[in-house]
Design a protein around this ligand. Structure first.
Ligand code: SAH
Length: 282
């Protein structure tokens, strides 16, 4: 059975690209490998004639490319986000080889959208952008000169996507059952962003994160949750826990500010529970 929609579900995202020629060459690289979904995040130069010249026969990919202002918008509907880096170790984040990235992306693209994110020609992706992904992907190039031209990096990874797709097009029975339908219930980028915003707000309001000195707590928590990859129903539980906690905390604050002496005992016990719990987390 043929599954062309798998490749349609794999999006190439180019962040803040400086040279329109690279956008054109990336479009060509995509088309040769059967990919078609291109999203440009705040390109420095909008793709015009130079981009079209380098796109050669792939101007249709350029014509249908979407331009958005932020990476968050580009990945809002994606359940798996892979961020590429010319450096072999960026943050301490789960890494995939290009081959593993192909297998993972294709396995998930049966049922959900996947984004492959590429950085700026001169400075790559920021740490904040890298942290919006579940995995980082590095092409194991010469360690002394590991930075590929942007469009070449797009070509290499698009090839891995195609190879993995061809693999499932002529599968052994075992590969077919392990890839098809593998992941349809992971939250997308928007759900995750809402969860992190909620988590940060609850932790800040409770005082666990100190507003003036937030430190690395949120980065570490993002890494923890992205590594665990909660499914949608698990994320709902986490959101529910935070909401219950927010409500209870607001009640406790209200009660303690209006506290009549007679009610003091019960509230004191409950406040202690909250304090012990927050110590456990630190
Ligand atoms: N000086 C930058 C290089 C950016 S190259 C830096 O140190 O990050 C532009 C983009 O091409 C990168 O952001 C990445 O998306 C891609 N790229 C280049 N070389 C790569 C490699 N070896 N592995 C994975 N992606 C690479």
């Amino acid at each position: 059975m043929s599954h062309p929609q798998v490749l349609e579900n794999i999006r190439i995202v180019l962040v803040n690209t400086s040279h329109q020629g690279n956008i054109g060459s990336a479009a060509r690289a995509m088309k040769t490998m059967g990919l078609s979904d291109l999203v440009l995040v705040d390109p420095v130069e909008a793709p015009q004639s130079h981009a079209s010249a380098l796109a050669a026969g792939a101007t249709d990919i350029l014509a249908s490319a979407r331009t958005v202002a932020t990476l968050q918008e580009a990945i809002a509907d994606c359940q798996l986000v892979l961020a590429t880096s010319a450096r072999s170790r960026t943050l301490d984040w789960p890494m995939l080889s290009p081959r593993e990235a192909g297998a993972k992306a294709v396995g998930e693209a049966f049922n959900s959208k996947v984004a492959l994110v590429f950085g700026r020609e001169n400075s790559g992706l920021t740490n904040e952008e890298l942290q919006m992904s579940q995995f980082h992907v590095h092409i194991p190039a010469n360690p002394e000169y590991s930075s590929l031209n942007l469009a070449m990096a797009v070509q290499t990874l698009s090839y891995e996507m195609r190879s993995a797709w061809l693999e499932v097009e002529a599968p052994t029975a075992a590969t077919a059952s392990s890839t098809e339908g593998a992941a349809d219930n992971y939250p997308n980028g928007d759900d995750l962003a809402r969860f992190y915003a909620h988590l940060e707000q609850s932790l800040t309001e409770s005082g666990f994160i100190v507003r003036q000195h937030p430190g690395q707590v949120m980065n570490k928590l993002r890494r923890l949750f992205n590594r665990a990859r909660p499914e949608q129903n698990e994320l709902n539980i986490l959101r529910g826990m935070l909401s219950t906690y927010d409500k209870r905390y607001a009640q406790l604050l209200k009660t303690s500010s209006q506290q009549a002496p007679a009610a003091a005992d019960t509230d004191a016990v409950e406040t202690n529970v909250a304090v012990t719990h927050s110590k456990d987390q630190s």
